[in-house]
Design a protein around this ligand. Structure first.
Ligand code: ATP
Ligand code: MG
Length: 259
């Protein structure tokens, strides 16, 4: 089983959107995917299920030893796609540093997901590299970094990548998949220039080849609580996220056990 964290320094760059649509792409390709909302804001849950405010989830697993992973899994209409919302568990100090005891719980969560037969866990995370996001990164196999294509945002990317590299001291297996440009507007000079500047700034291997355009269909999809790919006219995005899946499979050398 493989675990991937969708992580960024900045908020609002498209982490939750990428998490949902990437999970959907893997599930469509036959992977048994568990999408986990590790952001206390609970955005994945709010996007995909209406009752998520009442459901138990990831933070309950962390705070209650009696809470089993299986009891938290919320199925979707698609057999290969399940999710775990952030839940009700309170008291986790978001600003806190890396904590060995929480990281140990995250590791047991990942082990339980493997036991339960999942092929892939995708964690949506809160912005920044501290607190619970750090604990998840300390246990995961890989990190993908969405970044909005805008001039100010891209400046923080090298620092973010350095932060991830530093984390590899605690988790040497952590593979940095690279930066995924999101909300790209190729017809707007500032956005296109920012996207190109990022590609010049970073080694080729650290920028995903796929990029995600800005499109109102993403807002429509989150309003309806579905991945964008199920909407009419979203074939371009189905193809994008499928391409991203293939890039990730190739970077991680992944093959489904039963493929
Ligand atoms: N490609 C896109 N085109 C248009 N709108 C988008 C796109 N991607 C994301 N959005 C919108 O931008 C907003 C922020 O996206 P999202 O919630 O995925 O970011 P985030 O990084 O998870 O934010 P946070 O740090 O608050 O968790 C949302 O309203 C989302 O619908
Ligand atoms: Mg989010």
């Amino acid at each position: 089983m493989t675990s991937i964290v969708i992580s960024s320094q900045k908020g609002g760059v498209g982490k939750t959107t990428v998490s949902i649509n990437l999970a959907f792409a893997f599930a469509r390709a036959g992977w048994k995917v568990l999408l986990v909302d590790a952001d206390p804001q609970g955005s994945v849950g709010l996007s995909l299920t209406r009752q998520s405010r009442k459901l138990l989830g990831f933070f309950d697993y962390l705070s209650d030893d009696e809470c089993s992973l299986k009891s938290l899994v919320v199925p979707t209409r698609m057999e290969t796609f399940s999710m775990i919302p952030s839940g009700q568990g309170e008291g986790y100090e978001l600003g806190g540093g890396y904590s060995e005891s929480v990281a140990a719980k995250v590791q047991s969560f990942i082990d339980d997901a493997e036991q339960a037969g999942f092929d892939l866990v995708i964690f949506d995370s809160a912005a920044g590299l501290f607190g619970i996001t750090r604990d998840v990164l300390v246990c995961a196999d890989a990190a993908l970094v969405p970044q909005q294509a805008e001039p100010l945002g891209i400046r923080s990317v090298p620092k973010m990548l350095q932060g991830l590299t530093d984390l590899r001291k605690l988790n040497p297996k952590l593979k940095i998949l690279g930066v995924l440009l999101t909300m790209v507007q190729r017809n707007l000079a500032e956005s296109a220039e920012a996207a190109d500047a990022l590609k010049e700034l970073l080694p080729e291997a650290l920028v995903m080849k796929e990029e995600i355009a800005r499109n109102d269909l993403f807002l429509k999809a989150s309003g309806k609580g579905v991945p964008v790919g199920v909407l009419q006219g979203a074939d371009e995005f189905l193809a994008n996220f499928n391409g991203l899946r293939l890039e990730i499979e190739s970077k991680l050398g992944l093959k489904r056990d039963n493929a």
